[in-house]
Design a protein around this ligand. Structure first.
Ligand SMILES: Cc1cc2nc3c(=O)[nH]c(=O)nc-3n(C[C@H](O)[C@H](O)[C@H](O)COP(=O)(O)OP(=O)(O)OC[C@H]3O[C@@H](n4cnc5c(N)ncnc54)[C@H](O)[C@@H]3O)c2cc1C
Length: 416
């Protein structure tokens, strides 16, 4: 069913009676050409691009819960491509370009809003580092502007510029960055994939990847065994658990990250703002709630739950740049599981098992990567070759030393 202004008018006149479900609820087939384990943003985007770009249809997406229940529906919705490392920039820029046309492509309103992402700097050293990042972006044709304090003040006058510990000196602005509605992205890709023949199997958990003679043959699920020629693991925070069933140990650790939403207030924050002297980021949703987050919980866990100590740490950082919101009430907060890689950058690659492919290591940055990840993973699955924009995102970089360490913190996943 195509969504348009005419279908809206038609439904309004007909009493909203003719809407059809956005995707089917099919029974699993005995066999698929490709099974994707994980119905988050990345699994659904991969299925969509496999069907759309490569004409493949005999595909299943296995989702142990419901579509949008994982991190794709739990994140703080920031979309950007302001990366510094040459291995990352082309990939994230491809993803941002796909975001820019995504609503037309999917015929679905994902509420993409290019309101800008502003990274604040608080010292001379940090200014130089941001200038370097901006130059690296410019060399790859990515937009970025280094703003001084007055220019930042003009955009966001309510910040605490004179903070005793972390005075704001300026910021790096990417105007094409912004936000999108997280679960709408999952729904849009699910609808697009389904309409091209992909089976989306909710409440279907992959229990065991079956491997015979070094080659995948299928997946044991709670709904029985399903044969497959190729299998893609796209399980984000649960990647290590799924990979373990095929005997793989990966350079990934899972941690909880929390998101926070306040009560709705009048429009205040015009863009996404990040605090450079800590790790705090904030934007305002179209409903008026302040949407924000900070660092990981610093211990490994598969529990997608919020907890109170992180509230205090997060709010402390908020107060360092925005004391003006101190009386706004927190409405809710929750957690999601992050698949943190050893260098903070993702992996899109084949594994040593024939027919088994890997898409993981998204850390906190996987939402913005959703279309790019799906596009490049679909390319790999369909053609058995790496997409040029993702050619650095290899699994063996941790053996060869070609790591892509944006944060410069070394092999400490919880610090990336
Ligand atoms: C609080 C928070 C804030 C964030 N903020 C941002 C942000 O602002 N910008 C940004 O770019 N990124 C952000 N992220 C990161 C981003 O959300 C994730 O990196 C990204 O969503 C992960 O990819 P996904 O959508 O495929 O994951 P998910 O939605 O988690 O999908 C994985 C799916 O696999 C399923 N699964 C797992 N095991 C199995 C199994 N055995 N069988 C079948 N299915 C299985 C899960 O149920 C899940 O639905 C944030 C994350 C969180 C939690």
């Amino acid at each position: 069913m195509k969504y348009s202004v005419f279908s809206l008018i038609h439904q309004a006149i007909r009493g909203q009676k003719d809407w059809t479900p956005a995707w089917r609820d099919p029974e699993p087939k005995d066999e698929y050409d490709i099974i994707l384990i994980g119905g988050g943003g990345h699994g659904l985007a991969t299925a969509y691009y496999l069907a759309k770009e490569h004409g493949l249809k005999n595909i299943a997406v296995l989702e142990k819960g419901y579509i949008g229940g994982g991190s794709v529906g739990r994140n703080t919705t920031i979309v950007r491509s302001n990366y510094q490392e040459p291995g990352n920039i082309p990939f994230y820029e491809l993803s941002l370009k796909l975001w820019e046309g995504l609503e037309q492509d999917l015929n679905y309103n994902v509420m993409m809003s290019q309101r800008g992402v502003l990274n604040l700097y608080h010292s001379d050293g940090q200014r130089d580092e941001y200038a370097r990042r901006g130059n690296a972006m410019a060399m790859h044709g990515v937009d970025g502007e280094l703003l001084n304090r007055d220019q930042v003040r003009e955009m966001v006058p309510f910040l605490d510029f004179e903070n005793g510990r972390f005075p704001i000196q300026g910021g790096l602005l990417q105007r094409r960055g912004g936000t999108a509605r997280h679960d709408a992205v999952a729904w849009g890709f699910a609808r697009g994939a389904d309409s091209r023949g992909v089976d989306i199997l909710q409440n279907t958990e992959a229990k065991q990847i079956r491997v015979e003679n070094g080659k995948v043959v299928g997946v044991e699920t709670n709904r029985g065994f399903i044969k497959a020629k190729k299998i893609g693991i796209v399980a984000a925070g649960n990647t290590t658990r799924v990979a373990e069933t095929a005997g793989l140990r990966l350079p990934i650790e899972s941690y909880v990250l929390q998101a926070f939403v306040s009560e709705a207030i009048k429009p205040l924050i015009p863009c996404v703002i990040t605090f450079g002297a800590g790790h705090f980021y904030i934007s305002q949703s179209d409903k008026g709630g302040l949407v924000f987050g900070a660092s990981l919980d610093y211990y490994t866990s598969y529990a997608a739950r919020g907890n109170l100590p992180a509230v205090e740490d997060t709010i402390e950082e908020a107060m360092a740049i925005m004391p003006g919101i101190s009386r706004v009430r927190l409405l809710r907060h929750w957690g999601g599981i992050m698949d943190m890689s050893m260098d903070g950058s993702p992996i899109i690659d084949k594994t040593t098992i024939e027919g088994l492919y890997l898409n993981c290591g998204w850390c906190y940055g996987g939402f913005k990567a959703t279309p790019g990840s799906g596009f490049c993973f679909a390319h790999l699955l369909a053609k058995d070759e790496l997409h040029p924009a993702a050619k650095a995102l290899r699994l063996n970089r941790f053996e060869t030393g070609h790591v892509i360490d944006e944060a410069g913190t070394g092999a400490q996943p919880n610090l990336h």
